[in-house]
Write a protein that binds this ligand. Sequence first.
Ligand SMILES: [Zn+2]
Length: 484
Amino acid sequence: MANLKIYSTQNKDIQKTMEKEFNKKMYLLKSKNDENATSQAAMVVIDNKTGYVVGCVGGLGEKETSRGFNRATQAKRQTGSAIKPLAILAPGIDKKIFTASTTFVDEETDFNDGSDEPYHPTNYDGYLGEITVRRAVESSQNIPFVKMMEEITPKTSIKYLKKMGISTLTDKDENLALALGGLDIGMSPLETAAAYATIANDGKYIEPTFFTKIETSEGKTVLKSKQKKKNVFSKETAYIIKELLTEPVNGTYGTATYCKMKNMDVAAKTGTTNENYDRWLCGFTPYYSAATWFGFDINETINFNKRNPAGLIWSSIMDDIHEKLEGKRFEKPNKVISCTICKKSGKKATKYCIDTYEEYYLKGTEPTECTYHSSKNKGKKNEINKSVNKNTVDESKNTENVKKETDDSVEKEVIEEAPKVEASDEIIEDPSENTENDTSSDNNIQNNVTEDSKEDIIEETESSEDSTDKPLQDASNEKIENVA
Ligand SMILES: [Zn+2]
């Protein structure tokens, strides 16, 4: 393989920005078990439209010369809630099992999944009662997501995850714990970033690549990168998921509010695993998708001043690489329907609804009118408030707003929201132990292409068999132009 020229997809400025952040001493936590070990991290940044890996870092601290273990491509870690958009929102919205405003009751629940013991996941931060999918995304409430998974079924969820390029799922992952990212083996930052890029790229998965072509010293091309492609869901579904994922960034109770950018839409989701072993931040802008993992190679609790170090790395780097880019918003496809919705019921707002917002729907999935709020229906409304409050952990911290209604009566409206806890969102219930044990590191983007890569370059386009919408217009088997 001597004298071969590899055309890398790496963007030198982005790579430099990433390495600078990863070299910051503040991220190096000392291990309590091994005096030579420190915390580690990895991050992959992918161009949404091409699947090109424009930046990749596989470890914290100064670069080591060895090309050993690269966490960005090789580490398989528990994802916690970072899996929710991929495993739940994508199949659920695409198959019209629920909409962004469908409500689920967030309360302590025993799930019977066929095993001897019922599955009893918990929320990290209390229970909110009946809430919409959007509200569940905002602060990553676990129970509604497990209920969504029950309706989707883990089998269907896995089908979607595989279409988005996740290659490390096993038969043991086919259970409800999949909803909260309790995985048998785990997922790599590279595959996670590429799966998020599927949403960012309007439902079309593109296999990520580190190079475009390889030439001999005489300029003869010996290998061209061909990336597998798949239409996983429609651009309408993708838009609704994008919109939902702005909630952790923009919402009052969002878990990733520090990822906000000026004049730029940002979608982001955090992930935290049991015992605080893994922290994730995954998300995208209209330009780039990125996944950041933070943790110890051998599981150890992360104590980072109650903040999410993966989130801090992600936002610092993404801020930097978007600084000179033109501000952009996620573009709403024409076929996406927008409706004014009652925040409490998740139904179409009437003149009696007090707290309303704009929500987005696939055609035909718009909700019916809100019946909770009407001049005739106050008894029912009070009943609902009561049942919701029963499930709220700390009622004393709820805010009471008194608002005047249009039908000349004054009513008390209790806003049911949990108190905010900074940067910590969710703990998965029962992840299997991760025993990654390789401590060598490789902070470099992988430019060395081995013989193996030749076997991986199958190009494939598959129409979304599950989507009930029309096939995507750009479903052609397009090839990526080679660039130097
Ligand atoms: Zn209403």
